[in-house]
Ligand binder design. Structure first.
Ligand code: NAD
Length: 297
């Protein structure tokens, strides 16, 4: 059993912290939102008066925050407070540069650290089946693995500091691009008089097969569990997809990688979110593509 501080008890953080409690750990949580605290408290998380109070005696400090600015600032606040040698695990999705600077700051303060972003969404966080992508020293990764096992099913060590975030951004750039590709194919099929079912049966067993098609199909019907069958309630909200595509473009600009399709995917989701669709599942992009195709040639 470990003493764990859990900072950020939102949609993802609360169920993750609940799974740590279930595994027998002593979890002290902090979040400025009273509703988030109440939700986590109902699962056995002890609510601390502040993030500092939660971290003071912690062996492990987990952060699950909206962005890199907050994650970096929180970590800078907690490094002087936590016991020396504590392990800092940041599971937020953030930019690679900030992740690396958080590792540097932790090392300077005599702490261990991993960047450990997740895939699997709220469903995976609740079921304890998340995939964790880890960056950090071998020693920090080994120390993190048994803790993360209470919240996830797959733990992938990806390399040194920032490698977990790099893996997350690359994966989600594939996801955004492939969802647009699958959606364009369904709209073209509609125009050609090909049924959704026929395209699904062919593409799901042919070279067009991918997660966006067979796990999150953007049109209702072929896959009854996909968000398209419940008016595109997420799922994975379009705002979060846009966030990750922006982070991928930031990384591409930093490194000089030529990611033309990633850039287009970012622009397409930018327009979709600006039109007020940010709360819809990212597969709802098919509705925007269909509207833009309505005028005909
Ligand atoms: P969320 O907005 O529901 O939760 C974030 C929480 O952080 C909020 O409760 C907020 O009050 C809290 N917070 C803000 N400032 C704080 C502070 N100073 N101290 C403590 N807590 C503070 O977001 P989420 O959906 O839980 O996502 C968290 C992270 O996980 C994000 O980086 C997101 O990109 C990533 N992620 C989300 C999903 C998803 O499906 N929701 C999937 C994979 C990764």
């Amino acid at each position: 059993m470990a003493r764990i501080a859990f900072i950020g008890l939102g949609n993802m953080g609360a169920p993750m912290a609940a799974n740590l409690v279930k595994a027998g750990h002593a979890v002290q949580g902090a979040d400025p939102a009273p509703a988030a605290c109440a939700n986590a408290a109902a699962s056995g998380v002890t609510i601390a008066g502040s993030a500092e109070a939660a971290a003071r005696d912690a062996e492990i400090v987990v952060t699950m925050l909206p962005d890199g600015a907050l994650a970096g600032a929180l970590t800078a606040r907690l490094l002087p407070v936590a016991p020396r040698g504590a392990l800092f695990i940041d599971s937020s999705t953030i930019d690679v540069e900030t992740a690396r600077s958080m590792h540097d700051a932790a090392a300077q303060a005599g702490m261990r650290s991993v960047d450990a972003p997740v895939s699997g969404g709220i469903v995976g966080a609740t079921a304890g089946t998340l995939t964790f992508m880890l960056g950090g020293s071998d020693e920090s990764i080994q120390a993190a693995e048994p803790i993360l096992a209470a919240m996830g099913r797959t733990i992938v060590p990806c390399g040194g500091p920032g490698a977990g975030q790099a893996a997350k951004l690359c994966n989600n750039m594939i996801l955004g691009i492939s969802m647009i590709a699958v959606s364009e194919a369904f709209v073209l099929a509609e125009k050609l008089g090909l049924s959704h079912e026929a395209l699904y049966r062919v593409a799901s067993t042919s070279s067009g097969q991918c997660w966006a098609l067979t796990s999150n199909c953007p049109v209702p019907g072929p896959l009854p569990t996909s968000p398209a069958n419940r008016d595109y309630r997420p799922g994975f909200a379009s705002t979060l997809m846009l966030k990750d595509l922006r982070l991928a473009q930031q990384a591409a600009a930093m490194t000089g990688a030529d990611t033309a399709l990633g850039r287009m995917a970012e622009a397409i989701y930018e327009r979709f979110v600006a039109a007020g669709a940010g709360g819809r599942d990212f597969s709802a992009i098919v509705t925007a593509l269909r509207e833009r195709s309505a005028a005909g040639p």
